[in-house]
Design a protein around this ligand. Structure first.
Ligand code: ADP
Length: 792
């Protein structure tokens, strides 16, 4: 830590000072202060500890502050004992203090973050703030709500969990409570659905003041730019099958080149001519204006004739699917469908799709039925979603290494909370080999040796294909092992429960979010002493990950709650991470006979490579956010407009003013005022939403195609800004113009506006999914990455 002190001072924050402060607060709380207090006394002590302000009519309003933190913690400690039978450790209370101060806390797996977070939620709620505890899935939301609920009940705070099985009415009810547990995607989908209501009373969410985000690094960094999408049943154009066939017939090195790091594929001039010749096009490289007509807008109906720009996008997407996305690394094929693999969690990402064209291109590549994408009605990234909360804090096992991103994108600081019992894990220096083959041989030899000693081994691999290869090699070497990857995560709980038995070998992909702990000696801990005697769990990493955080997530599986344990990584200079991070640098060192390179210089080089890949991810994040920020800002303007339309009679005012005759006629027919206002409102909102959806499709198009065109004058982001701002400027105007036409043409009576007759039907069904915008993340790159590269 010492090495970072200057840095924290420079940042105006000192972890040491914060730690001292929170230790003092916890010490001030004491362990026994309210031991003998009556329940009512406890409640009063908790309420009194937060700032309150009398307001005129005698009601008490909490104005959001903590008057007496030690008292609050002392009360919460005793309440936790009585209500949920957990006696909070001092370190858990320290975590609560830092959460209440608005930090992201780092607490190791198994240290009891759930309780720390729940006590912080109670602290916020007592101040009169509505709290969302954001989990990674609905299972955890329900589990934690049931588990921690009695503590909130004790304080008279209402609470509940949002999950898939609730009706809109039930959701609305849960959102009105004080403390709400919910998975990030469930909450996000509700935001999207609320963006499309046509009556205020249909809104499901109530505004929240604070978000406490669990697994904060996964959610706010790894998944930050995953858009959640609400789509309607109107199908979009599927990619042309002849493009898939054409791309398959192209030759690497002649028609296209693949960058050495396998992140990007580029069409050569010959390749472009090849496509133009076969598809009978003049030029693949049109400008955006040419592609979309004079307004710069894409034609909503798609149509048969595809503009050159779209062909270029499709060719590029097909090349990506064919040459950069690998089966069993980026996706698996299961039951005739392409299932994406979540690169940080190493499991199938059930709700995710790639951006429509890419999903279809991969399906075509695998010879599967191509699924059609719907019309995207609205979307929001997780980063934008998090940005909607006035106050945010979070918790995770590995926050420190995500500190840069958390500060840059969320203005959040990390507080490290020491473990309750000091760690006994020994992290050995990497074993670096010259080639991958030598590394793998050494890994197998090592595991054979460790297993023979009776120690359990957890082997961490980079992807599904590698986990299977290592498992095969182990079997060949006579070692029985269990495999944990995206193909079999149903077996996950059982495999993890047994992974700590003596001599057990478990080969796994990334460990993030794999809920349960590995208990030494098996789920029942019956052989615990045996394993303790052999040094606890041994973690063996095959290749360092692209970020230290992922390395730490793996290491952190050993030595939990003060258990003994150890970890070591086997690395080769041929690893993706080293090749990408070390590109352009030179390393001179002589390997030993078996390929091992134990030189200090080599170890430093590997660390250097990882810092480079981390830096690249940060750049990609920053660049991608520049695109998304603009869309987020534009959406905020639309939301404000929707708010006015929903809550006032602005729509009727405008439309009746522009067709006075029609308005008079309707009033003359005796149609009630509220019906007229609602009819006008629906007409306005219909066109506004329709134009927004068109706008999103247009932005998607320009974003896909912009970096493929040679732009000498401007950077792609600037170009994107220019085009999107121009298009957005016309959006509101066009929506109002269309609404006025509709008002004049539509039949409006006591039953409201009948828009179906005009072909203005809302999609009959909507569905939600998440877009994996980062399909190459697993191998150290992404489609987005290739865009980022071109900025340089
Ligand atoms: P994390 O999310 O930090 O990995 P959990 O919140 O799931 O950890 O808690 C891990 C385990 O520790 C749970 O089984 C929980 O019951 C237990 N635990 C948490 N706090 C305490 C405590 N104060 N005393 C005893 N057990 C605790």
């Amino acid at each position: 830590m010492a090495a970072f002190d200057w840095f924290w001072r420079a940042m105006g924050s000192s972890p040491t000072k914060n730690q001292k402060q929170s230790r003092a607060i916890v010490a001030g709380a004491g362990a026994e202060r309210y031991r003998d207090a009556e329940d009512a006394e406890l409640r009063a002590a908790a309420a009194e500890a937060v700032d309150q302000r009398e307001i005129v009519d005698g009601e008490v309003e909490r104005d959001g502050g903590i008057a007496d933190a030690p008292q609050l913690l002392a009360a919460l400690r005793e309440i936790a004992r009585r209500s949920i039978d957990l006696d909070p450790f001092d370190v858990q209370l320290q975590g609560t203090v830092r959460l209440l101060a608005g930090d992201v806390i780092e607490m190791a797996t198994g240290e009891g973050k759930t309780l720390s977070g729940a006590m912080a939620a109670a602290g916020f709620a007592l101040q009169g703030k509505r709290v969302h505890i954001v989990t990674v899935n609905s299972y955890l939301a329900r589990r934690d709500d049931a588990w921690m609920g009695p503590m909130f009940d004790f304080l008279g705070l209402s609470h509940g969990a949002i999950h898939e099985d609730l009706t809109p009415e039930q959701r609305r009810d849960v959102y009105r409570r004080d403390i709400i547990f919910g998975a990030i995607n469930e909450i996000g989908f509700d935001v999207l659905r609320d963006h499309l209501i046509i009556r205020r009373e249909d809104e499901v969410r109530s505004p929240a003041d604070v978000a406490i985000i669990d697994e904060a690094d996964s959610v706010m960094v790894d998944e930050a730019l995953v858009p959640l999408v609400l789509a309607g049943s109107e199908p979009g154009p599927a990619p042309m099958s002849r493009i898939t066939a054409l791309v398959k017939s192209m030759t690497e090195g002649v028609h296209f080149t693949v960058s050495p790091d396998h992140r990007s594929v580029f069409l050569t001039d010959d390749g472009a001519h090849f496509v133009e010749r076969h598809l009978g096009l003049d030029s693949l490289y049109g400008t955006a204006e040419e592609q979309g007509g004079s307004t710069g807008k894409r034609k909503a109906d798609g149509g048969e004739q595809q503009p050159a720009g779209q062909v270029l996008v499709q060719v590029n997407v097909a090349l990506h699917a064919e040459h950069l996305l690998q089966r069993d690394v980026h996706y698996i094929v299961r039951e005739g469908k392409v299932a994406l693999i979540d690169s940080s969690r190493g499991r199938v990402a059930d709700l995710q799709r790639w951006p429509d064209g890419l999903q279809a291109a991969v399906e075509a590549k695998e010879g599967l039925q191509v699924t059609e994408g719907g019309r995207i009605l609205d979307q929001i990234t997780i980063q934008a979603l998090v940005g909607m909360y006035p106050e945010v804090c979070g918790m995770t096992g590995t926050a420190l290494a995500a500190g840069d991103q958390l500060r840059q994108f969320y203005n959040l600081y990390v507080s490290v909370i020491e473990p309750n019992v000091p760690t006994q894990r020994e992290d050995e220096p990497d074993r670096v080999y010259a080639t991958g083959e030598e590394r793998d041989r050494a890994v197998i030899e090592h595991i054979v040796e460790v297993q023979a000693s009776g120690q359990p081994v957890l082997v961490g691999t980079q992807d599904v294909a590698e986990s299977e290869r290592i498992a095969d090699d182990l079997t060949q070497a006579g070692v029985e092992c269990a495999v944990l990857n995206a193909k079999n995560h149903e077996a996950e709980a059982r495999v993890i429960a047994e992974a700590g038995r003596p001599g057990r070998v478990t080969v796994s992909t990334q460990m993030a979010g794999r809920g349960t702990d590995i208990k030494l000696g098996g789920a029942d801990e019956s052989e615990r002493q045996d394993v303790l005697d052999h040094g606890g769990l041994r973690v063996v990493g095959v290749g360092r990950f692209r970020s230290q955080r992922l390395d730490n997530q793996l290491r952190g599986r050993a030595g939990r709650q003060g258990d003994p344990g150890s970890s070591v990584f086997f690395v080769s200079l041929e690893d993706d991470m080293v090749a990408v991070g070390g590109a352009g640098s030179e390393l001179r060192a002589q390997p030993e006979e078996d390929g091992l390179m134990p030189h200090k210089r080599v170890l430093q080089f590997v660390d250097h490579c990882q810092r480079v890949t981390e830096g690249q991810m940060l750049d990609i994040h920053a660049t991608t956010w520049k695109y998304n920020k603009l869309i987020t800002d534009q959406r905020a303007i639309i939301n404000e407009r929707r708010r006015v339309l929903l809550d006032t009679d602005a729509a009727w005012q405008d439309l009746s003013y522009h067709d006075v005759d029609k308005a008079k006629e309707l009033e003359g027919d005796g149609v009630p005022k509220n019906v007229l206002e609602q009819a006008a409102r629906e007409i306005m909102l219909y066109h506004l939403d329709q134009h927004w959806s068109d706008h999103l499709a247009y932005l998607d198009d320009i974003r896909e195609s912009i970096h493929l065109r040679a732009i000498a004058r401007e950077s792609p982001v600037d170009e994107f800004h220019r085009l999107s701002i121009a298009a957005f400027g016309e959006l509101a105007e066009a929506a109002v113009r269309d609404a006025r036409e509709t008002f004049t043409a539509a039949t409006i009576d006591h039953g409201g506006a009948h828009l179906d007759g005009l072909g203005l039907k809302k999609p009959s069904a909507t569905w939600t999914y998440m877009v994996n915008d980062n399909p190459l993340a697993g191998s150290g790159g992404s489609v987005v990455g290739s865009i980022a590269q071109m900025f340089r």
